[in-house]
Design a protein around this ligand. Sequence first.
Ligand SMILES: [Zn+2]
Ligand SMILES: [Zn+2]
Length: 164
Amino acid sequence: MIIYGELFSVLTANANGVQVKNSQDRLDEILDKLRQSEFRITPQRIAILKAFLYSDEHPSVERVYEQVRINFPTTSLATVYKTVTLLKELGEILEISFADSGNRYDGNKPYPHPHLICTQCKSIIDPDVNQLDHLTADVAETTGYKIVSHQIEFFGICPTCQKN
Ligand SMILES: [Zn+2]
Ligand SMILES: [Zn+2]
């Protein structure tokens, strides 16, 4: 129950909108870790990190690539991929994978949380789910498992797409 308790106290704190660290502190910490793994920090790479860490739009690698190239035209797609791989190794980004389209990333909330995905425009948001800890406790209780993570995805048509 220890793992379960620790994980879900973190999840609950974040679900309630309590920011454990501010964005700049988090970026600085990640930069420190990247320096230790001998990742060369350049302004372009900082721009890539910020694009992932500060976005709540769950961008794809291609989206970040396009965005960063506006100010850093020499950025390569390979550099963006490499940054994602490192962030994944550090546990600082959550990968949302799809069978029929490319992966999307949440670098803003790197811990497991539910997603709501529009099947038409592919927008992804983080819905507020109130009963998540109850649901988890329920699953643990009825199966005897220690729950360590979850992946919950809702699919639908967003209000904007419903109007079109
Ligand atoms: Zn939509
Ligand atoms: Zn998310």
